[in-house]
Design a protein around this ligand. Structure first.
Ligand SMILES: Cc1cc2nc3c(=O)[nH]c(=O)nc-3n(C[C@H](O)[C@H](O)[C@H](O)COP(=O)(O)OP(=O)(O)OC[C@H]3O[C@@H](n4cnc5c(N)ncnc54)[C@H](O)[C@@H]3O)c2cc1C
Length: 392
């Protein structure tokens, strides 16, 4: 078993490191403050990443990529996470919609859209969740009805990442209400400049912004259909598998670990350094151990995917582990910082620029977005281990 990276992947890591150092604003050793009121999208940084070829590293050259594969995309995600780079729309444009088009889009859609995503010219989002259809996405009520030479889409979506800035929404619709719910679904890539489409920002409790989308008889040409009529569920499961791979890894937690250790060394609340406390030292060690596990699970899922091996269950395990680890990260931050963990970034004296306080508000999103913890456990139990679904 070989856990090392190839020379190309090592070179890529250095290239992304150099890019981040060059293009991100100079920061103090504690990094940037949390993204209050942000959607994580920085158009200028996005364009710079595109110009440097970083958005499409994994895609074949014919679609504007570099053909480096799925592990290369994981390396990208790890490095930008370490640098806390504003990569908000990358996950939805490249990881979700781009990869989906790549897996089941038509040749024309791939030729038209993938290079534009790679060049950073367009932003895309995935609209599945509805007020009454979240974990059970197949309960989708948004309708697409053929009316002359267009499909008219009517309904709404909620909690869509990057939906308010997107040029296209890959939208799950019901096209046949007379068959079992999983069978009558179709995906359309809806341009957001069509009449009847509206996107509103939703600010979540951490300040992170997602969106609510309204479709009021939006006229969409049949050429916008992706993956075939009534093939939406089969296609969507591929996209969600891809999303799960993308939501694993150490992300910004490795940086936070380093900052917490510095803080534990430099702070002496009762005349003793924080890191001399056994409980705190062990909590840091346990968190660091789990971060290594998260990293291995992440690269394993990406490697399996790259090598066209079954990756769905490893990706669910990776997503579950990383998203739960965010809660532990916030808890360890609470131990290291003590009462100061509650000080927000708005206060100039906030330790770690308020990142631990922010994380306490933001970590619930990680265990919901991309499929909740309970749904990941269902996937692992039922599909992975063959346990009963409880519905028989
Ligand atoms: C930050 C963030 C970003 C998001 N981005 C997107 C996006 O880009 N596009 C998009 O379409 N959606 C997005 N979502 C929505 C997300 O996918 C849904 O919120 C999620 O799938 C859960 O659906 P729900 O909110 O309707 O909860 P529900 O499905 O109503 O679940 C409520 C609770 O019941 C539990 N539950 C439900 N069914 C089961 C079951 N079968 N077994 C055990 N427990 C169950 C859930 O785990 C949860 O705890 C995002 C959400 C967040 C928080």
């Amino acid at each position: 078993m070989d856990f090392s990276f190839t020379p190309e992947q090592e070179a890529l890591r250095r290239r992304i490191e150099a890019f981040c150092k060059k293009h991100l604003p100079r920061r103090g050793k504690q990094g940037p403050p949390p993204a209050e009121g942000s959607d994580g999208y920085d158009p200028e940084f996005h364009r710079k990443m595109a110009a440097a070829g970083l958005l499409s590293l994994g895609w074949p050259k014919e679609y504007g990529g570099e053909g480096l594969g799925r592990v290369a995309m994981a390396v990208f995600s790890e490095v930008v996470g370490l640098h806390e780079a504003p990569v908000g729309a990358v996950g939805t444009s490249v990881g979700l919609v781009g990869q989906s088009l790549f897996m089941y889009g038509s040749d024309e859609q791939k030729r038209d859209l993938l290079p534009r995503i790679a060049r950073g010219e367009i932003v895309c989002a995935l609209g599945i969740t509805e007020p009454n259809a979240g974990s059970d996405a197949a309960a989708c009520r948004t309708k697409a009805v053929l009316d002359g030479d267009v499909y008219r889409i009517a309904g709404s979506k909620i909690f869509v990442s990057s939906g308010h800035i997107a040029d296209f929404i890959l939208t799950l619709t019901r096209t046949d209400p007379n068959v079992p719910k999983h069978k009558g679904l179709t995906l359309f890539l809806v341009p957001t400049n069509l009449p009847g489409f509206k996107a509103n920002r939703i600010k979540t409790m951490s300040g992170w912004v997602v969106s609510e989308l309204q479709y009021d008889q939006v006229p969409v040409p049949p050429s916008a259909m992706v993956g075939g009529l009534n093939q939406g569920w089969v296609c969507l499961t591929k996209s969600l598998g891809e999303e799960r791979t993308g939501l694993g890894g150490t992300r910004n937690m490795k940086r936070l670990l380093g900052e917490m250790i510095v803080r534990a060394r430099e702070t002496t609340p009762n005349g003793r350094r924080v890191w001399e406390d056994d409980t705190i030292r062990r909590a840091i060690a346990e968190f660091a151990t789990k971060l290594e596990i998260a990293r291995l699970l992440y690269y394993q899922a990406a490697w399996l995917q790259e090598n066209k091996l079954p990756f769905d269950i490893p990706a669910a395990i990776s997503k579950l582990f990383t998203s739960e680890l965010y809660h532990e990260c916030a808890d360890v931050g609470g131990l290291v910082l003590g009462p100061e963990a509650q000080v927000t970034a708005a206060s100039p004296s906030a330790p770690l620029r308020g990142k631990i306080e922010y994380l306490h508000r933001h970590c619930p999103a990680s265990t919901i977005g991309g499929g909740t913890t309970q749904i990941q456990k269902n996937i692992i139990a039922i599909r992975g281990l063959g346990l009963p679904s409880g519905k028989e």
